[in-house]
Ligand binder design. Structure first.
Ligand SMILES: C[C@@H](N)C(=O)N[C@H](C)C(=O)O
Ligand SMILES: [Zn+2]
Length: 184
């Protein structure tokens, strides 16, 4: 684990990454991050790696969409989609991602096939909510597997996004520390 300022650690090489904010394939249509990284506060990072081990024992692994997110990136997201159901308002308290305690993720098989959760990542609509009644049995089961494992290690869901979880101890200031991407 690489240690960074503000109690953040980089666990990018210990987990499967699909950080779409480092590409144009995200809801903003813009490249928001200079590289694919998963950076979190140390306690949340350690807990996340425990979740991953737990799932590996069941034949799955985590696929990470996002971890710590600098406040300036939150501002860009809010400009594109200013709906607090789906993007935290940077001018209020900001996001738990900005504090290094939130993760966006899904499950994949050990050979990298994503489980069907009923919607894609960052689908901003009722189909992504935990109480959506229109899922197939397998989609419901897959979401249930994800939720059970995440809660077991202290990660709590939010009502509107099946992929977003916040680690229990998530106080502190919103940070704007850049991601540790090497400039080529
Ligand atoms: C933008 C989306 N992936 C997300 O993380 N939303 C929550 C609500 C946030 O911005 O904290
Ligand atoms: Zn999130």
């Amino acid at each position: 684990q690489q240690e960074l300022p503000d109690g953040l650690v980089d666990i990018s090489d210990q987990i499967s990454l699909d950080v779409r904010y480092a590409t144009t394939a995200n809801f903003t249509g813009e490249v928001l991050y200079p590289c694919q990284k998963c950076v979190l506060k140390k306690v949340a990072a350690d807990a996340l790696l425990e979740v991953n081990t737990y799932f590996e024992e069941q034949g799955f692994q985590l696929r990470i969409f996002d971890c710590y997110r600098p406040l300036d990136i939150q501002r860009l997201m809010w400009k594109v989609y200013p709906d607090p159901n789906y993007v935290a308002n940077p001018d209020k308290i900001g996001s738990v991602h900005n504090r290094g305690y939130a993760v966006d993720l899904t499950l994949e098989t050990l050979d990298g096939q994503a489980l069907d959760m009923g919607t894609d990542y960052d689908h901003f609509g009722p189909e992504a909510h935990w109480d959506y009644a229109g899922l197939s049995e397998s989609q419901q089961r897959n979401r249930g597997i994800l939720l059970e494992g995440m809660k077991r290690f202290g990660f709590n869901p939010i009502r509107t996004e099946w992929w977003h979880f916040s680690y229990k101890k998530n106080s502190g200031d919103a940070l704007n520390t850049p991601l540790p991407c090497k400039l080529d």
